[in-house]
Write a protein that binds this ligand. Structure first.
Ligand code: AMP
Length: 249
């Protein structure tokens, strides 16, 4: 059984992102970039399923600038078998990503498609859902446990009220949440081996997808610094403050 794992190159989660002086965007020049943390979890899950003999091949895919190759090499070092890089300098909205991933999925015919639940740069939390809709495939988002059978996958989902278990017919789309697993540390020999693994390059035009943005970014601004909190003595005082000061009730 084949798994396809989507990995995005994002600003490292330790970096405090700054807004550009002209407020047009955030400044990611000379900033450390890494694999999106939720995609590392998705990748780790695929590797564990392969180690358990449930998956025979892991194909990793990344869409974006040339340096996405580094992210793909990391995924290959974690245990991916081969990589696909759809190279573009254009900004990709989640719908464009989902459309491109659909094309890759149609070519590769994976039984399981794993993504992160959200990318920590756009925080969109949309791609897995859109991809499942485009493929007309079942989706198990926010997965905290994945059990893969021959024809179906059981996914325990983190939902607002607790946990929900769903059984999905394969092929299915699953997005990884934080508690699914703890990704392994990539060792040097694996990094060296990963350099020899196949990495296919594709252009957006080859996939015939319209990636033109549907949204226009008007302005980016730092959030206002928070003012200090206060302790209230009673519920009545809290209600009064919410009514008269915060004006939210
Ligand atoms: P988002 O909907 O943007 O929050 O992203 C959700 C997930 O979609 C990510 O965790 C990745 O698995 C996948 N994804 C989004 N953008 C890309 C990309 N450019 N390349 C590969 N995977 C992506």
């Amino acid at each position: 059984m084949k798994a396809l794992v989507a990995v995005k190159r994002v600003v490292d989660y330790n970096v405090k992102v700054r807004v550009k002086a002209d407020g047009s965007d955030v400044d990611i020049g000379n900033v450390k970039m890494s694999m999106n943390p939720f995609d590392e979890i998705a990748m780790e899950e695929a590797v564990r399923l392969k180690e358990a003999g449930k998956i025979s091949e892991i194909v990793v895919v990344s869409l974006g600038v040339k340096q996405c190759e580094e992210t793909l090499r990391t995924a290959l070092a974690m245990g991916g078998d081969r990589a696909i890089h759809v190279q573009t300098d254009d900004y990709l909205e989640p719908l464009a990503v989902a459309k491109l991933l659909r094309k890759i999925a149609e070519r590769e015919q994976p039984q399981l498609i794993l993504l992160g639940k959200q990318a920590i740069d756009d925080d969109a939390n949309q791609t897995a859902q859109m991809l499942a809709a485009l493929l007309n495939a079942p989706q198990g988002t926010f997965a905290s446990k994945v059990e893969l059978g021959e024809n179906e996958v059981t996914v325990v989902r983190e939902v607002d009220g607790g946990l929900e278990t769903v059984a999905l017919k394969l092929p299915a789309v699953v997005s990884a949440d934080l508690r699914l697993n703890e990704p392994r540390y990539v060792k040097l020999p694996n990094i060296m081996q990963a350099k020899k693994k196949p990495l296919e390059k594709l252009a957006v035009e080859e996939l015939g997808v319209d990636i033109a943005p549907k949204l226009q970014q008007q302005k980016v601004a730092e959030p206002k610094p928070r003012s200090g909190g206060v302790k209230v003595q009673s519920v009545a005082e809290l209600v009064a403050k919410l009514k008269n000061e915060a004006k939210v009730i």
